[in-house]
Ligand binder design. Structure first.
Ligand code: HAM
Length: 420
């Protein structure tokens, strides 16, 4: 019997994990600069949270959730995204009462969606996301988008496109909704079953249909832009002004709709352009969700955020041949010859590590040549060879691998020498 990872999941092995850590470090530093603080929430929540938060008519809730009953019969769901959980935590811990609003949060962690597996689409993937809750200032919309773009550009990615749209406010959406119903009513029989049930419940979702996206009625559907209220338009204009000030280039796409129900006003996605990337080109998505905090049982507090998967970010770096500057941290490798030398090596290696010097040695009693090869492969900065002569002298030649220079150093002076 042989076991494999479940479909749509992957092991991330040493060699890859270093890249993850690097990217996660860049993200942490950026969040610190923008003053977003980390939030950690459980990996599962009550199913109802997502039904309400993400929306009953979305693909995520209808087809993609990992839902199960626990032993006490509660319906729980592995989180498919992070916004509903962040808002739940914001309400549960009364963060709306904090003196400083908006509350700026970020998270990284695995999300779960039962999707068709392909390059860039997994059933377990890691999202980095941010949520700024408690401000309806268009400047924060621009800040959030700038932060998302900054993650990519600070890693050296260039061929990016920020696509934005306004989904307007309640009134906008109601007007547009009516127009969509009227538009699709005559052809609804030609569309899939899902679209048919969406017509009354949430006709905007029809535009997002993966089955019928080529139906001619899609291209002629009434654009939301034509239904924007004056306030919504003014808000959108401000958002664009702030993006200009931040020097973040963008394109307006009136057809951009998102796969989750909570959005209004600003919606955006970041795409990768040019060669080298597969069919999935969306790296990041987000938008404003005024009303969600109330839907989840809190006070009327507006919010905006985004999420991106680390998997797609790494795929993008690969596709564009961007090498991360990963550092190798082996400071010293201790080569041993004989049993007494081994005893001393264990002592020295321990001493090095306790003094913040990374060190390793052989545990297979291999010949000196094999040990030297390991030191080379691991790109040790220094190597020492311990044998009977060195023990007698209580000193050893320290070889700097980059230059080949050797220096005799007393055992008692090794830490001081290496630290210099
Ligand atoms: P989303 O568009 O569903 O939005 O997902 C955001 C990002 O998560 C995508 O752009 C992609 O990078 C990544 N992603 C989604 N599904 C998969 C998958 N199956 N495999 C790999 N990566 C995937 C949200 O999740 C919202 N919560 C974003 C948000 C935060 N809006 C406001 N605040």
């Amino acid at each position: 019997m042989s076991f494999k990872v479940p479909k749509g999941t992957q092991d991330i092995l040493p060699g890859q994990t270093e890249k993850w850590q690097y990217v996660e470090g860049v993200i942490r530093d950026l969040c610190d600069k923008y003053r977003y603080n980390e939030l950690r929430t459980p990996m599962f929540e009550s199913t109802e949270l997502f039904q309400r938060g993400v929306g009953d008519t979305t693909d995520i809730v209808q087809k993609e959730m990992y839902t199960f009953e626990d032993r006490a019969g509660r319906s729980l769901t592995l989180r498919p995204e992070g916004t509903a959980s962040a808002v739940r935590a914001y309400v549960e811990h009364k963060m709306f009462g904090q003196a400083d609003q908006p509350v700026k949060l970020y998270y990284t962690g695995p999300m779960f969606r039962y999707e068709r597996q392909q390059a860039g689409r997994y059933r377990q993937f890691v999202q980095f996301g941010v949520e700024a809750i408690g401000s309806a200032d268009p400047a924060i919309d621009a800040e959030v988008m700038a932060l998302a773009m900054n993650v990519y550009t600070s890693l050296g990615l260039k061929d990016l496109k920020l696509v934005i749209n306004s989904l307007g406010d309640k009134e906008t959406r109601e007007g547009h909704r009516q127009a969509l119903i009227e538009h699709f009513q005559p052809v609804i029989g030609e569309l899939c079953g899902d679209c048919q049930s969406r017509l009354e419940k949430n006709p905007l979702r029809i535009l997002d249909c993966k089955v019928d996206h080529k139906h001619p009625a899609m291209a002629t559907a009434p654009a939301l832009t034509n239904y924007l209220t004056e306030e919504s338009s003014a808000y959108f204009t401000k958002v664009k002004e702030y993006l200009d000030v931040l020097d973040v280039p963008y394109e307006v796409d009136p057809n951009l709709v998102r796969g989750l129900d909570y959005y209004n006003h600003t919606a955006f996605e970041i795409m990768i352009t040019g060669d080298g990337f597969g069919s999935i080109t969306t790296l990041c998505g987000g938008g404003r969700y005024n009303g969600l905090v109330e839907d989840i049982g809190g006070p009327a507090m507006p919010g905006i955020g985004f999420a991106m998967s680390i998997e797609r970010l790494l795929l993008a770096l690969d596709a564009k041949n961007i090498e991360l500057e990963l550092e190798n941290h082996l400071d010293i490798y201790v080569v041993t010859m004989g049993e007494s030398a081994k005893l001393k090596a264990v002592e020295l290696v321990n001493q090095f590590r306790q003094n913040g010097i990374s060190a390793d040695m052989d545990y297979l009693e291999r010949k000196m040549k094999a040990q030297m090869k390991t030191a080379d492969r691991q790109e040790a900065k220094f190597v020492i060879v311990l044998g009977d002569a060195e023990l007698e002298e209580q000193a050893v030649n320290v070889k700097e691998m980059a230059t080949g220079n050797q220096q005799k150093v007393a055992f008692s002076e090794l830490v001081t020498y290496l630290k210099k």
